[in-house]
Design a protein around this ligand. Structure first.
Ligand code: F0G
Length: 464
């Protein structure tokens, strides 16, 4: 059979996308204060803002939606969902939530609090916000190569175990109620964590009796990378690899909007009965009864089906290859891309793309705006807009200045990807003429969602 990897599905239902003119896009982005979160989605042609909640559900998931049981308590859909989660994770208590951050909120309300410290290979922004909101410190411990965007390494998502042990010794185990591992590590490029690193993180934490939780949003993509790249796993099924990953965890939070292939949903799963009881009490106050947790019964049914489909190796092969293809096409034209490409997105390295724009003039934001102007493409800055801070009146930049093009699951075809790559290459060709941005409004938490910007004068404000 041909070695070409094709989309492993055919299309039953289509949704039109809107073409706009350059003049229209210029007015739209200005009206959105140059923040792509504030655009109307109808004004976007290809939406790479996120892979979260944007998947196309399968015919079987839509059938499951029809079959959902909307009973307030003891819904059949819950038991189906619970069975599926237990089958994959082996964790004892499964608590549905309306999405990942609701699970985070519950975990850190129950386990976090002032004076505590939460290590993670790298916190996602909502995870960090929930940790900090509880009064705890969120500490990122990626391995050094995670910050070298041009350097290939198979498992750049790994946790730096030396720094983890130093942290435990410095702050003391009593202040660390849990440690998290984000699989795949979204904030450093959707990079996978190796099984070796998961196993060794668990072994180190066990010495100090600290529980390990996985932030499991993209567990199936992580498991597929292990199959492709880690010796000893090439002949194992992705499902068995996923089960082994979870076997080292005492709990997990999950945004089902990623690897459960649904538009809304999430869960928290754990082994500790007393923590589960506390979590359920909070759940009832904020999300809903423990057998629906902020979701409709039909959503639980769709999640159960999605968790099954995501472990299909033909699907994962296509998924990971389609991201790699996107990255390769850009690299062939010299566009600086984070390598290797991750599981859910291509990340542009804005520092190398726009060397004339310093971090405090937000090079990633500048690229995002240009991609919209060029091709109606929506991406997201993951750099100093998202993670930069004012410390004692001084600007502290993020470690990396990235632009993420997150690819929704089963939504776009290869020609959409080709079109987007061409638009990015066009912007790269005229990169010298791209201006930096200044932030004119910023809220206290998660500022990237609602901040306002204005373009700087290229000659006056960004001397090269
Ligand atoms: N953890 C990780 C690693 C994530 O990527 C996300 C969401 C969450 C937790 C929170 O889940 O959105 O269901 O509440 N990431 C999305 C993104 C929003 O675009 O990467 P949620």
């Amino acid at each position: 059979m041909s070695p070409i990897i094709i989309e492993p599905f055919k299309i039953k239902s289509v949704e039109p996308i809107n073409f706009t003119t350059p003049g229209y896009r210029r007015r739209a982005i200005e009206a959105a204060y140059y923040n792509l979160f504030l655009l109307k989605a109808d004004d976007v042609l290809i939406d790479f803002l996120t892979d979260s909640g944007t998947a196309a559900m399968s015919s079987k998931q839509w059938a499951a939606i029809m079959d959902g049981d909307e009973s307030y308590a003891g819904s059949r859909s819950f038991f189906k969902f619970e069975d599926r989660v237990k089958d994959i994770t082996g964790l004892s208590y499964v608590i549905p939530t309306h999405q990942g951050r609701a699970a985070e909120k519950i975990v850190f309300t129950v386990m976090g609090g002032p004076g505590k410290v939460i290590p993670n290979n790298t916190h996602f922004d909502t995870t960090r916000a929930n940790v900090e909101f509880s009064g705890s410190d969120a500490v990122d411990l990626p391995i050094p190569s995670a910050l070298e965007t041009g350097e290939y390494a198979p498992f750049k998502g790994d946790m730096d175990l030396d720094r983890l042990e130093d942290l435990i010794k410095t702050v003391g185990r009593d202040r660390i109620p849990l440690c998290m591992l984000t699989v795949t590590n979204n904030s450093v490029g959707g990079q996978p964590v190796s099984m070796k690193n998961i196993r060794e993180t668990k072994a180190l934490l066990s010495k100090y009796e600290i529980p390990l939780f996985l932030d499991a949003c993209r567990f199936a993509e992580n498991a597929f990378f292990i199959k492709q790249r880690e010796s000893g796993y090439e002949n194992k099924s992705v499902k068995d690899i996923a089960r082994e990953m979870f076997s080292y965890a005492d709990g997990c939070t999950m945004s089902a909007k990623k690897d459960a292939l649904v538009n809304i949903g999430g869960f928290l799963a754990l082994n500790d009965a007393s923590l589960a009881e506390k979590a359920r009490s909070l759940l009832i106050m904020t999300e809903g009864f423990p057998t629906y947790g902020g979701l409709a019964g039909r959503d639980l049914d769709a999640m159960a089906q999605g968790l099954d489909e995501v472990l299909d190796e033909n699907y994962l092969k296509y998924r990971i290859r389609s991201i790699e293809y996107f990255g390769e096409k850009l690299q062939k034209s010299g566009v600086p891309v984070l390598v290797p490409t991750g599981g859910h997105a291509v990340f542009l390295d804005a520092k190398r793309f726009l060397p004339h724009i310093p971090p405090d003039a937000f090079p990633g934001q500048a690229i995002s705006v240009e991609l919209y102007l060029e091709g109606g493409i929506r991406s997201v800055e993951i750099g100093s807009v998202m993670f930069g801070k004012e410390v004692d009146g001084h600007f502290k930049p993020a470690q990396l200045e990235l632009v993420r093009l997150a690819v929704p699951r089963r939504v776009y075809t290869q020609s959409h990807i080709d079109f987007a790559a061409e638009a990015i290459i066009e912007v790269y060709k005229r990169r010298d003429r791209v201006p930096g941005y200044r932030m004119t409004y910023s809220p206290q938490y998660l500022r990237h969602f609602t901040a306002h910007f204005e373009p700087m004068d290229l000659n006056k404000d960004c001397p090269s």
